[in-house]
Design a protein around this ligand. Structure first.
Ligand SMILES: C[S@@+](CC[C@H](N)C(=O)[O-])C[C@H]1O[C@@H](n2cnc3c(N)ncnc32)[C@H](O)[C@@H]1O
Length: 253
């Protein structure tokens, strides 16, 4: 029995491999091949295959820029392993943030839009999705990622992602916190630490809690002209992609 077996789901691998090749052929022609990727795609839990392909495309589009990579809201670390695998031949570190006590208390800006676990109210989601930090470490060790290639930051992101504690420069961030307050906090941190040309993917945009969309929309309004937001094809899920301008998107050259 491998250490990962109890919590590992392996989605029908042949189908996942086919989807990877089809999406790469049709939507992501610039995405390089990577050994180990298809196996890690079939082990994803919280992130769908199509969304993961968008994530990888955004990640690779940012790798020429200065800075590290972050996943904010990691849960069991299945997506963290996918990202870490892509960074093997780079000098970039992967910064991983989670309370490891599950979702915090929702704010008044978090209204229940899609009752994903059928709990009946947004307040009942407090403490849901709790995972152990050790599970993340086990997943990364299982694919041979050395401990010095990643930084695991347990606790509320509002306390752990601050100037001096967080990465100095970020080229890519995947924000998957679900609720308003941590997403807004993280976006404001990234505003002062994301490299020009850097990319952010925010999960659950207009899905589950209204807070994710509100946080993104407020952020884009507060920093108008500095970022460009795009949405994926509808089949890929509910998330948005944000690119930081190398200079203002709206300034005439
Ligand atoms: C949807 S899960 C993340 C799933 C993961 N990205 C994946 O792909 O499998 C959301 C995670 O965000 C974490 N989280 C939510 N709010 C947080 C906060 N303020 N600080 C730190 N972690 C938080 C929760 O503990 C939970 O594990």
């Amino acid at each position: 029995m491998t250490p990962l077996e109890p919590n590992t789901v392996i989605k029908y691998p042949a189908l996942v491999h086919e989807m990877h090749d089809a999406l790469r052929d049709r939507l992501f022609p610039n995405l390089p091949e990577k050994p180990g990727r298809k196996d890690l795609l079939s082990r994803l839990l919280g992130t769908g295959i199509s969304e993961a392909m968008y994530l990888l495309d955004q990640l690779h589009a940012s790798l020429d820029q200065e800075g590290d990579v972050c996943e904010l809201g990691v849960a069991q670390g299945a997506t963290s392993a996918l990202l870490a695998n892509e960074l093997r031949n780079t000098s970039k570190r992967l910064w991983l943030y989670d309370t490891f006590t599950g979702l915090p208390k929702p704010s008044p800006k978090d209204q229940l839009k899609d009752d994903i676990f059928g709990l009946g109210s947004i307040e009942r989601y407090e403490g849901q999705m709790q995972c152990e930090a050790e599970e993340v470490q086990t997943r990364l060790a299982a694919i041979g990622i050395a401990p010095d290639r990643f930084v695991l930051q347990p606790g509320l992101v509002e306390a752990t992602l601050t100037a001096g504690l967080g990465p100095a420069t970020v080229c890519f961030a995947y924000i998957d916190f679900d609720f308003y307050a941590p997403i807004r906090h993280t976006l404001e941190y990234l505003h002062t630490h994301l490299a020009p040309g850097g990319r952010i993917v925010v999960d659950d945009y207009d899905f589950f809690s209204t807070g994710a969309k509100t946080a993104v929309d407020e952020f884009l309004q507060a920093h108008s002209g500095k970022y460009q937001m795009t949405l994926p094809r509808p089949f890929a899920g509910h998330f948005c992609m944000i690119e930081r301008a190398k200079r203002s998107f709206w300034r005439r050259s």
